[in-house]
Design a protein around this ligand. Structure first.
Ligand code: NOJ
Ligand code: CA
Length: 694
């Protein structure tokens, strides 16, 4: 590993431009490869604006920065520039786990040291980093004499788009990100109409007709792919974006707390990075490591206990009505005998973990009742013999994965956390799935506000202390914090498999071709793929819900939906019907040395190949939306001259997500780096290939 930082100069980048009597200072920085150009300017009114171009095409037109503070009352938009610093940075680092085993972090940095001219005397730094794949910028408030403690009423960061971009968006909402994506021109965003169609979301706090969430993915009329998000969201609320349809400008709107304040700040402090990833190739967006690079390295000591893993779970059977979480129904799924069957299945097929939901007392009345003490996280149901199951799992070499549904009673969870994690350690568990269904009580904080953002951080830190791996459901959108907290393996934070069972919109075939360009930009998703039985009426005949993919596409999702934590979500008995296809899930790794994005277009298709960590085997996944297509690729990523055996799991010629989703064909053949594959993907279909070196 190598690292160097070079402080170049102060003021050298300032160019004074004078036109029509106005003086304007411009500061510039370019990406190491010179494709991206950032210009930051200050006008006579003291306003600072930044703009961005890629290969001379406009990405962001001059856009404002600043804040409105409510305590003290200060509008931070009129600045003098005390100094400007520039520097370069280039290092490589190794993630504990990931899509690749080595990441290069290479950028040019431009820092403007600003002073408020409106009388508060406040100083702040505006820091830009320009990478080959985009930029990040953040505000930093040094410890200062003038004002050290302040309340943010609004952050005024803007993103003025250069045209009416094609946009993949979900409605702005302070509490939920589990929406289906809409694809419209930016000027056609209609968040309230879209959100109101959706009836199956536990708690909605819509911001307005023109508000959208990040990561926001766009494609410009000039063919540029642009992604706006944030990195290193800590001790600050999440950012949503408010669109001005006349100017096509997005302005940050921060998630408020229970009394309407946005952020409580105590200098020295800093905001998350605002990120813009850009390229003329869609594949580059998926390959970008910009958001990870903007997060701090891990500082949690020994990480050898952190292990990517596959798991099964007592889970889908509750969602599709075979059993229940609660015991009173008489159909309690998490009973000792049933969990033993799952442990047997996991042991037989080599899964490390068995998630058990509904193991603990409280599910009879857990949701929406504004109750503080529904769960204590340490009291099993009477028919769940935890000591017997701990011993049984241990004897089979399997670990039970803990489930902590908070039902929104997060203060209650905070009271129980240490006890609950010690209880896990005492029962040989090293992974927890948390959940935040419903309103956050007792104060009415939002899922995406500063208090909850700090809660998720406390959970990440506390679980790290106990050597516990974390998977958070219903949290704020991820922002690359897995670099800092590598035990935080995955989050949900988007519409996952469970929504196939939602009566309203469910999951459309295109959804998984959009998620990697949106939600996954921030980090791995616990999407829970692997459903083989597509009609969800196995146990409740009148149910009309269904999965809108083929079986082959479910397999491909293990590659295209990156996560170091992957569930095989369907019932063991459904896998036993299709053991030949299940073999791909058994074989697919969850940690990688390398990743090649072979083809990609948001909303249409994605093909990715990944090299198994520490081995010479490759795994390929290709998915399409509702249209059939041919996936064409040459396996040029394989070692020259070497032979591999490929097992191709593909849609049968008559497969179709709607009329024939469970029809697949498995084919084996020898391949090498010259082999060209042309494989038909059905409507809503896909293809998964394991390529094992001989
Ligand atoms: C929602 C989660 O996403 C799901 O996985 C879980 O089963 C339920 N909440 C119950 O906690
Ligand atoms: Ca959920």
């Amino acid at each position: 590993m190598c690292a160097y930082i070079k402080l170049i100069s102060v003021f050298t980048f300032a160019i004074m431009l004078t036109s029509v009597g106005l003086s304007q200072s411009n500061y510039m920085a370019s990406s190491p490869d010179k494709n991206i150009r950032l210009v930051v300017s200050r006008n006579d009114a003291g306003e600072i604006k930044y703009s961005l171009s890629y290969k001379n095409k406009d990405v962001i037109k001059p856009s404002s920065v600043g804040f409105i503070l409510s305590k003290p009352e200060v509008k931070l938009t009129n600045f003098s520039i005390a100094a400007v610093d520039t520097s370069s940075f280039d290092e490589t680092w190794k993630p504990v786990w990931g899509e690749v085993s080595i990441i290069r972090n290479n950028y040019e940095e431009l820092t403007l040291h600003l002073k408020d001219r409106s009388g508060s005397g406040m100083v702040l730094n505006l820091i830009f980093r320009v990478f080959n794949d985009g930029i990040g910028f953040r505000y930093e408030f040094p410890k200062q004499d003038a004002v050290n403690y302040f309340i943010v009423a609004d952050e005024l960061t803007q993103f003025a788009l250069s045209g009416d971009n094609k946009t993949f968006w979900i409605p702005g909402d302070y509490d939920s990100n589990e929406y289906p994506y809409n694809t419209t021109k930016l000027s056609e965003v209609d968040a309230l109409t879209a959100a109101n169609k959706e009836k199956d979301i536990a708690v909605k706090s819509l911001i307005g007709a023109n508000a959208v969430q990040t990561p926001l993915m766009m494609k410009s009329t000039e063919g540029l792919y642009i992604n706006i998000h944030e990195a290193a969201l800590l001790n600050y609320p999440a950012m949503d974006l408010l669109l001005n349809k006349q100017t096509l400008t997005l302005t940050s709107t921060l998630v408020p707390d229970a009394v309407g304040n946005k952020a409580y700040m105590h200098a020295p402090c800093k905001t998350p990075w605002r990120t813009i990833v850009v390229s003329d190739k869609a594949a580059d967006i998926l390959a970008s490591k910009l958001i990870l690079n903007l997060n701090d390295p891990a500082n949690i000591g020994d990480v050898s206990w952190i292990k990517p893993e596959k798991f099964i779970g007592v889970w889908w059977e509750m969602h599709i009505g075979k059993g229940t979480w609660d015991m009173a129904s008489g159909k309690h799924a998490a009973n000792t005998a049933n969990v033993k069957k799952y442990i047997d299945f996991a042991a037989k097929y080599g899964f490390n973990g068995v998630l058990v939901e509904g193991w603990n007392d409280g599910w009879e009345d857990w949701f929406g009742n504004w109750k503080e003490n529904v769960f204590d996280f340490v009291t099993p149901y009477a028919d769940y013999n935890i000591d017997e199951l701990t011993a049984y799992a241990k004897s089979k070499g399997v670990k039970i994965i803990m489930h902590h549904e908070t039902s929104g009673a997060v203060t209650n969870y905070e009271r129980w956390m240490d006890t609950a994690y010690r209880f896990m350690i005492n029962h040989n568990m090293d992974a927890v799935k948390t959940g935040y269904v419903g309103k956050i009580i007792p104060r009415g904080e939002h899922h995406d506000g500063q208090w909850m953002v700090s809660h998720y951080q406390r959970v990440a830190e506390k679980t790290a202390f106990y050597h516990i791996m974390l998977d958070a459901h219903e949290p704020v959108h991820p922002t690359g914090l897995q670099r800092t907290y590598p035990n935080w393996l995955a989050s949900e934070a988007a519409r996952g498999t469970e929504f196939n069972n939602a009566p309203a919109l469910g999951i459309l075939p295109e959804h998984t071709t959009i998620l990697p360009f949106t939600r996954l930009m921030g980090g791995p998703m616990d999407f829970t793929p692997g459903i083989f039985h597509m009609q969800l009426n196995q146990f409740i005949p009148q149910r009309t819900t269904r999965v809108r993919t083929t079986v082959a596409k479910q397999l491909a999702l293990y590659i295209t939906m990156y996560s170091p934590l992957q569930m095989a979500a369907d019932l063991p008995e459904n896998y036993e019907k299709y053991l030949d296809a299940f073999q791909f899930i058994v074989d697919v790794p969850v940690d990688w040395d390398d990743t090649k994005i072979l083809e990609a277009e948001p909303g249409d298709f994605i093909t990715i190949a990944r090299k198994e960590k520490g081995k010479d085997n490759w795994f390929l996944g290709a998915i399409t939306d509702e249209s059939s297509r041919t996936m064409s690729t040459t396996l040029s990523f394989l070692d020259d001259g070497a032979q591999y055996e490929a097992t191709i799991y593909k849609d049968a010629p008559n497969a179709d997500w709607d009329t024939n989703p469970e029809a697949y064909v498995i084919e084996k053949k020898l391949v090498n780096s010259k082999t060209k594959l042309d494989i038909s993907l059905a409507k809503g279909g896909g293809c998964a290939i394991s390529i094992i070196k001989k």
